[in-house]
Design a protein around this ligand. Structure first.
Ligand code: R1P
Ligand code: URA
Length: 285
């Protein structure tokens, strides 16, 4: 294969990848990702030792050891546009030779676990739950640009959701890693996570700007295809799952339920709910 041009894979003068500011040796093959940059030290404070600390934009990276296992934690900021950058650059760090700019013959598959916050779409999933995304359903436009392959079942879910919402685009639907679910999330609430391109109107929230579709939240809550229902929403999961499928990485999204949109409550102990999810993840990853 021809070398990837300098404008496509941008390598900084110090040899680091453009946005993440990382060298290949800076990361483990087992990675925890968080949205909030301030959540990175909430994870790495449990490490025995931190060996790498790198910051650029919203991407803060700490690599170290938890009970002897080498782990990386990275913040992404919010939204699937950042996940596009994160996943391509992490993949480049392990699967492209920065010297020749050619993909390596041998492919490395990363294990990537998102530990994020989320809002519940069902009354039966209360505040404080830890929910594992068995599927991610994306309402964002990222997959308009990639040749994502979906199963028949996934496509039928996306078609039904397009019709239910009356939108002019087709959502996408991708599953998470069954192996990671069995290993890390065996006792968590199983769910199907809706990834929204925003926190307010796309999640049915009205402050002053209004909503085009007054029934949006009810449509999300009541959507069914056979026994498939949407359980919660946030802003990254489907992007992770789709990029993981495209690039061959094992993905799992874990959600600390801090809001319930049906009962209209917000968790007073949100930090504790996240902290206990972090600890479970560190112990099991
Ligand atoms: C919105 O408040 C943010 O919280 C959720 C959403 O996906 C979005 O990024 O995740 P994090 O808590 O990981 O940021
Ligand atoms: N993150 C979201 O995106 N939505 C919520 O309701 C809570 C956290």
């Amino acid at each position: 294969m021809a070398a990837i041009p300098e404008s496509e894979l941008i390598i900084n003068k110090n040899g680091t990848v453009y946005h993440l500011n990382l060298l290949p040796e800076h990361i483990s093959d087992t990675i925890i990702t968080v949205g909030d940059p301030e959540r990175v030290p909430m994870v790495s404070k449990y490490f025995d030792e931190i060996e790498v600390e790198v910051t650029k934009r919203e991407f803060i990276t700490h690599t170290g050891y938890y009970k002897g296992k080498r782990l990386t934690v990275i913040s992404t900021g919010m939204g699937t546009d950042n996940i596009d950058i994160l996943m391509n650059e992490l993949d480049a760090l392990v699967n492209i030779d920065f010297r020749t700019r050619e993909p390596n013959e041998e492919r490395i598959s990363l294990k990537i676990v998102r530990v994020g916050t989320s809002g519940s779409l069902q009354e039966s999933i209360p505040l404080g739950s830890h929910l594992a995304s068995h599927y991610g359903v994306g309402l964002d436009s990222l997959m308009e640009f990639y040749p994502l392959e979906q199963t028949e079942d996934e496509v039928s879910i996306t078609r039904a959701l397009k019709e239910e919402l009356g939108v002019g685009f087709t959502p996408y639907c991708v599953n998470g890693s069954k192996e990671l679910i069995d290993k890390i999330a065996f006792d968590m609430v199983p769910g199907n996570t809706l990834t929204c391109p925003g926190f307010y109107a796309p999640q049915g929230r009205v402050l002053r700007a209004g909503l085009r579709n007054q029934n949006l939240l009810q449509s999300y809550q009541n959507f069914r295809v056979c026994d498939f229902q949407l359980t919660n929403f946030e802003m990254e999961t489907a992007g992770y799952y789709a990029m993981g499928r495209l690039l061959g990485h094992e993905m799992l999204s874990l959600n600390a339920i801090v809001a319930n949109r049906i009962t209209q409550e917000f968790a007073p102990n949100a930090e504790e709910v996240i902290d206990s999810l972090i600890l479970k993840t560190l112990e099991r990853i």
